[in-house]
Design a protein around this ligand. Structure first.
Ligand code: SF4
Ligand code: SF4
Length: 283
């Protein structure tokens, strides 16, 4: 039986697919996008998250961690000693059956408006075996969507796609070197899997995060527009840069250090798509 680490479940979301949805955020992602606003979703470790206000700097948490591990770090023992209850594990572990049971209480409301459940992350395909277990359990009960970077082995993508009703697919950077530089991985599998998605005739939406000077350049958006045109795709969602992106890093003891200039407003450059007949939706 497969288990997955779920770091958030958001109910009544209207941005993660058709209708009203419950979005399940699974931990683990092979990418390291510079602009990631869910850093607690990147690793498959269940790290400890610290609330950003209320700390009285008593040091009890580090002392408990030191006693338990011999190192100055937060451990599970740290959680219970914090007088202000500021520490928690980033995620909770679920089996597929446990998660279906939890999600099912809202199916009637979600289904009434054509909504359903969206698996997001992190990169949900990092939990491929879990998805292959839970998606069939949800079949016929509610609409099943996948929000993905598209980065995984092609065989896994095909298997998960066959059990998915709707896909939200990110295209970030078309130039291979730039993709590696800003996300840590090549876009070869991503583009391959995207072609598979188009051929599958499953309903999907393409989404591009607009990162100032990185993904929102005329060169990159023009290349995405040309690729979509070549693939016969007629629409794209553009996501303006969220200046709160770095907000969660401190809570897991990391620093947000983007190499791009956050103060420059991101540019949708919608004309690059529209002149090729591609409809633009700016979220
Ligand atoms: S135990 Fe709680 S209040 Fe004390 S230093 Fe740690 S996080 Fe802050
Ligand atoms: S793919 Fe998403 S979750 Fe993974 S690093 Fe990039 S932004 Fe973060």
């Amino acid at each position: 039986m497969n288990k997955a680490l779920v770091f958030s479940i958001e109910e009544f979301s209207t941005f993660d697919g058709p209708g009203i949805r419950t979005t399940v955020f699974l931990k683990g992602c092979p990418l390291r996008c510079e602009w990631c606003h869910n850093p607690e979703g990147q690793t498959l470790d269940n790290e400890i998250v610290k609330a950003q206000s209320g700390c009285v700097f008593c040091g009890c948490c580090i002392q408990a961690g030191l006693a338990a591990s011999g190192k100055e770090k937060l451990t599970k023992e740290s959680i219970t000693v914090c007088p202000n209850r500021l520490l928690r594990f980033a995620a909770k572990e679920y089996t597929a059956e446990e998660l279906v049971q939890k999600l099912s209480k809202n199916f009637r409301i979600l289904n009434a408006g054509g909504g359903g459940v969206t698996f997001s992350g992190g990169e949900p395909l990092s939990s491929g075996a879990f998805l292959l277990e839970i998606l069939p359990l949800l079949k016929g009960k509610t609409n099943r969507a996948l929000q993905t970077s598209g980065y995984c082995e092609p065989k896994l993508f095909e298997q998960v796609l066959s059990e998915t009703d709707y896909v939200l697919y990110d295209l970030k950077l078309m130039e291979p070197e730039a993709h590696i530089r800003y996300t840590g991985v090549s876009n070869e599998k991503i583009l391959h899997n995207f072609r598979t998605l188009v051929k599958s005739k499953k309903p999907f939406v393409v989404r591009t995060p607009l990162i100032p000077g990185v993904t929102d350049t005329p060169k990159n958006l023009g290349a995405i527009a040309a690729f979509l045109k070549e693939q016969g795709v007629g629409a794209i969602d553009l996501l303006p840069y969220n200046k709160m992106a770095g907000g969660k890093y401190a809570s897991i003891g990391r620093e947000f250090q983007p190499s791009f200039d956050e103060s420059i407003p991101s540019q949708p450059r919608r004309e690059l798509f529209e002149e090729l007949g591609i409809r633009v939706n700016i979220l």
